[in-house]
Design a binder for this molecule. Structure first.
Ligand code: GLU
Length: 329
């Protein structure tokens, strides 16, 4: 929920002069679709157009499909995206997450939560709760109550948030304020939560610029708050519009031929796919050997990319194969 920013604490953010280190952080749950590829290209373009570099991180704490990380990285490279040599895999980072958690525990900012999903839903749909926000049920349990509940369930660990809202600066959304509830740091099954892992890893990788889909904008205030609590500056945020299907819903793999492999199998080339994405941004044609064409690889995109000129509307992908035919030849 967005609220007035007048009284909301603001994130401490890396200075505008800091060298640009971007990142792309896919979850290896399957092949990347056109919307993911476009966001990855944006992350690369924003980093490179600012004279910076891109780092890569595989967010494999959850929903991993065998071979997906390798195939995603191959697809990104096929479009001409490059990144700093080492790819960070979140599955190797448990010790770093433990360390961040202990820092927060030392400051008494962590508590055990025994609520089931259903209990949280019931409580957060009460008239005054923000939808989806954790209402703090387990925040003030006594030690006896906790000991008793531990015999029934493994607890999740939640942040004892000391703010109601937090404000970040986003390149396109501007000053953006959202609620910061007592969000989960480590899940009941012991897996570290996305919000903790992302903050620890962005800091570890020296990331100063986060470019990602605007569905994650509501998470940015929580993440910036957590970074600040851990003594780190928040990155600069650039949330970019998503790709949608013909029904206006977020593009998904079930929306037909939308992955690079599917589009190649249907007879398109990877240059066709990049031209399709270039048209959606929209990028101007590039001139090579007396010929004008829409950019057909990341390097060509960079020659005509300007952050001010991108469309801030979602990209509606009607039928990638039909769209593709416009660009063949
Ligand atoms: N791994 C997330 C995803 O693939 C992105 C997280 C982020 O960019 O912060 O949706």
């Amino acid at each position: 929920m967005t609220t007035s920013s007048s009284s909301s604490p603001r994130a401490r953010t890396v200075s505008a002069e800091a060298e640009t280190v971007g990142r792309y952080a896919p979850s290896p749950s399957g092949d990347l679709h056109l919307g993911n590829l476009r966001t990855a290209l944006f992350a690369w373009l924003f980093a490179r157009s600012a004279g910076g570099v891109l780092k890569m991180r595989v967010e494999d704490l959850d929903r991993v499909r065998e071979g997906a990380a390798e195939s995603q990285l191959r697809d990104l490279a096929a479009l001409g995206i490059d990144w700093e040599p080492e790819v960070l895999y979140q599955s190797t980072r448990t010790a770093a997450y433990e360390e961040a958690l202990s820092q927060l525990q030392e400051k008494s900012l962590v508590y055990e939560c025994f609520c089931t999903r259903r209990e949280i839903q019931a409580a957060s749909s009460a008239p005054h709760g923000a939808p989806g926000a954790y209402p703090g049920t387990c925040r003030n349990l006594t030690e006896e109550e906790r000991a008793e509940k531990r015999t029934q369930r493994n607890p999740a660990l939640r942040l004892k948030s000391e703010v109601a809202t937090y404000t970040v600066l986003d390149r396109f959304a501007g000053e953006y304020t959202a609620e910061v509830d007592d969000f989960v740091l480590r899940r009941t099954d012991g897996v570290f939560a996305y919000n903790l892992a992302v903050v620890v890893d962005d800091h570890f990788q020296g990331v100063t610029q986060v470019v990602r889909g605007d569905d994650l904008l509501p998470s940015a205030p929580r993440q910036a708050y957590l970074a600040n609590l851990l003594g780190w500056e928040a990155p600069r945020y650039v949330h970019v519009p998503l790709a949608l299907n013909k029904d206006g819903a977020r593009l998904a793999k079930r929306d037909g031929a939308v992955t690079l492999a599917q589009l190649l199998a249907a007879g398109l080339s990877r240059e066709d796919v990049v031209r399709m994405i270039s048209a959606s941004i929209p990028l101007a044609p590039v001139k090579t050997n007396d010929d004008f064409h829409l950019p057909e690889n990341a390097a060509e995109m960079l020659t005509v990319f300007s952050p001010e000129n991108i469309s801030l509307n979602p990209w509606t992908v009607l039928d990638p194969l039909m769209e593709g035919t416009c660009c063949i030849g």
